[in-house]
Design a protein around this ligand. Structure first.
Ligand code: NOJ
Length: 703
């Protein structure tokens, strides 16, 4: 197959003019502005979306097979009949909207994420989309950054697992299958480190941190076979990611063996001029292409300038040809040369099936994180009359979260109705979206549930905030409600960790629902009324206040480690240093106890078996996430105080004990040293089997 692909491309390239090769490096938007002539001349390699509302071919801004086929027909009129590849942002579902990626990470269940991606691939491909700009796998340590919603949180181990699972979910065994699509791991690399949480701003990351924290998800995506990557907007350490030859070529291709192609982010080739590293468009194009960006997403700069740069000798034909080769390779692997068209009948059978809704509901349930449950307030089984109040009471598409161009509000059962459908018959539910009315009605009920949080537009690309507290007005409602003495549950819908310190103190129970997607209402009802139990765990640390960010569990110890009362120690004078809730934290409707931590040896030789017993000591069945952490006590560079190395779910009946077993391999202890080499260093290590990143049973071993 590989051989065939390479032979096929060689044969094709031998016939191509430079203009046709540059065409393969050019992506434009599909729409009225898409020139049929350029398509017929083979000067466009990819269209962004397969929608063309104003071309008369499509009815809406959504992609659809008819529009894709219309454009494809034009492209196939070109001399060499090279098919287009249609790309779109299929981020956390297509018509079936799944929980936002950060929520998906809270499930600590990459397999489930892979299943959701597979459904998204099937739906999107039915509408002519063969390439998604996902997964977004940027590590994020600063919740002010709006795009924290789009990734898997702060941890490289979980992030790498999610990245690999998502790539496999979108692509399957072969993305030539009609219901699979090409993945695009983005935004390579370090994009999450933009200063101050300001999207598009620059950042500085040391080489060891870049390698050990920000890169593992990318390396995992490449190992999982991602066909493409997207370069980031960020200026990293003074080099814009779109012009970074060391990272795009030396690391990505030479070290990791990536043989697919890299697409720029939207206009980011042209933006090299604003960054101040390119004099003009021609210069920008040369830098990006030479760095290893094969496709220019919509800036038009390759299209406009590469031919003349070739003529005046500023770029070689070999460089252009090598880039075209990579694009053609992925198109060939995607089966586009043999199957360029989309079956127009597939969408009706594929989009939003009962099965995909069921998965969306299960996923939404498994993502929600119970943060507090005083006096076992939840599930709400003992109350007859319950008031549900807050700005999410009537939510439909507000449950989607960021990046859902293909989700439709009319597909969503409004939160209010979904809760009514799920609530036991003997429960009377009242609803109020107005705070003043809510406070009056609250006096007449047995319990209150406040459904509050962020509108999806406050989350995602460029939706950065300077304050992590609840949006305006909501804290006041929680505070006022808490004075009434009614059992109070707070449900937070959000795309990021919010600093809800005061509200956690005021409410009796707190459930973090993120933006849970199309089935979020029913999923919430199932948890609230005990038909399902919460099992999500935090994939990112929750700060007490905005001033604590960046905050992450795998920090360094410092020369003056944090102690509770430490003067002249790492601290704030006005706030504890510990997060409100640590990475890995989450409660269930029952309790778990850890005991009997055992290691197969005192010294790790190749690998080590680690086991512990976990017992459900509470009254209900429940799912615990046992987490494996290590600490390298002495290294040639300072080492994190803990690093996640594994995790396993245990579903336990009341009173049941199970032994959880982990294998820790030597290479999991490797890290990047100051001189750039990577390896393990002998010495003593701590190991924990733990319910979260701050607690757990601890033992020692040697390497
Ligand atoms: C810009 C965003 O950074 C990227 O994630 C997205 O895929 C592109 N726009 C295309 O919409």
């Amino acid at each position: 197959m590989t051989q065939n692909t390479e032979e096929f491309i060689n044969h094709l390239l031998a016939q191509m003019t430079p203009a046709e090769m540059i065409g393969q490096l050019t992506q434009f938007s599909a729409g009225p502005e898409t020139s049929p002539d350029l398509l017929r001349q083979g000067q466009i390699g990819s269209l962004f979306n397969a929608s063309g509302a104003l071309t008369g071919q499509g009815q809406s801004k959504s992609s659809n097979a008819a529009t894709a086929n219309y454009f494809q027909n034009l492209a196939l009129e070109a001399r060499l009949k090279i098919p287009l590849i249609f790309g779109r942002d299929v981020i956390h579902g297509y018509r079936t909207v799944f929980p936002i990626p950060l929520a998906q990470a809270a499930s600590f269940n990459p397999e489930l994420a892979g299943q959701a991606a597979s459904i998204a691939a099937s739906e999107a491909s039915a509408d002519g989309i063969k390439w998604t700009f996902a997964p977004m796998i940027d590590i994020a340590r600063d919740a002010r950054w709006g795009r924290v919603a789009e990734g898997s949180g702060e941890d490289p181990c979980l992030g790498a697992d999610m990245a690999a699972a998502l790539v496999r979910g979108f692509q399957g065994d072969s993305y030539s299958a009609p219901d699979k699509i090409v993945a695009c791991a983005k935004h390579y690399v370090g994009y999450g480190a933009s200063e101050g949480g300001r999207d598009y701003d620059g950042g500085e990351i040391s080489e060891p941190t870049l390698r050990d924290v920000y890169m593992p998800p990318y390396q995992a995506a490449v190992s999982a076979g991602t066909g493409t990557l997207m370069s980031a907007f960020i200026d990293l350490n003074g080099v814009p990611a779109t012009a970074n030859r060391r990272l795009l070529t030396d690391v990505l291709r030479s070290e990791w063996g990536f043989d697919g192609f890299v697409v720029s982010d939207w206009d980011s080739v042209g933006e090299l001029i604003h960054h101040g590293v390119a004099e003009d468009e021609a210069h920008a194009a040369i830098q990006a292409l030479r760095a290893g960006v094969e496709m220019d997403m919509v800036s038009g700069v390759y299209h406009k300038t590469l031919a003349s740069s070739l003529q005046n000798g500023k770029i070689s034909l070999g460089e252009i040809e090598e880039a075209a080769r990579r694009v053609l390779r992925i198109k060939h692997r995607a089966g586009l040369f043999t199957q360029p068209f989309t079956d127009p009948d597939r969408a009706a059978l594929t989009l939003l099936t009962d099965k995909s809704r069921q998965l969306a509901r299960k996923f939404a349930r498994d993502c929600m994180v119970l943060l507090k449950n005083e006096h076992k307030l939840l599930p709400l089984s003992r109350f007859r009359r319950i008031l549900v109040a807050g700005n999410f009471v009537h939510a439909t598409s507000e449950l989607f979260g960021t990046w859902t161009p293909d989700g439709r509000a009319e597909d969503v059962t409004p939160l209010e109705e979904a809760l009514r459908q799920v609530a036991p018959n003997n429960v009377e539910l009242w609803f109020a979206d107005q705070p003043d009315l809510a406070l009056i009605l609250a006096q007449q009920v047995d319990a209150v549930v406040l459904v509050l949080g962020e509108h999806p537009w406050r989350s995602g690309e460029n939706a950065n905030v300077s304050q992590l507290e609840l949006p305006p007005g909501q804290a006041e409602l929680v505070a006022a409600m808490s004075t009434l003495g009614k059992p109070l549950t707070l449900v937070v819908f959000a795309g990021r960790p919010l600093a809800i310190t005061r509200q956690v103190a005021q409410a009796d129970a707190v459930l973090y629902a993120w933006h849970p997607g199309i089935e979020g209402g029913a999923a919430l009802g199932e948890i609230l009324f005990g038909l399902g139990s919460p099992s999500g765990r935090l994939p990112i640390s929750f700060p007490r206040a905005t001033g604590q960010v960046p905050i992450y569990y795998n920090q360094k110890n410092s020369g003056r480690p944090i102690t509770p009362d430490g003067e002249f120690r790492t601290r704030y004078v006005d706030l504890p240093t510990a997060p409100l809730f640590p990475f890995g934290y989450g409660l269930a409707y029952t309790q778990f106890e850890y005991s009997n931590l055992k290691l197969s040896a005192e010294t790790l030789r190749g690998s080590l078996q680690i086991s512990a017993d976990v017992t459900n000591t509470g009254p209900r069945p429940g799912t615990e996430l046992a987490q494996l952490y290590v600490r390298d006590l002495v290294g040639s560079l300072t080492r994190p105080i803990r690093e996640l190395k594994g995790y396993q779910h245990l579903h336990l009946q009341p009173g049941e004990t199970r032994t959880v077993k982990f294998t820790l391999r030597e290479e999991q202890l490797a890290f990047t040293r100051a001189d750039g080499t990577r390896g393990v260093e002998p010495g003593q290590f701590h190991v924990w089997v733990a319910p979260d990143s701050q607690r757990g049973l601890r033992a020692e071993f040697w390497l």
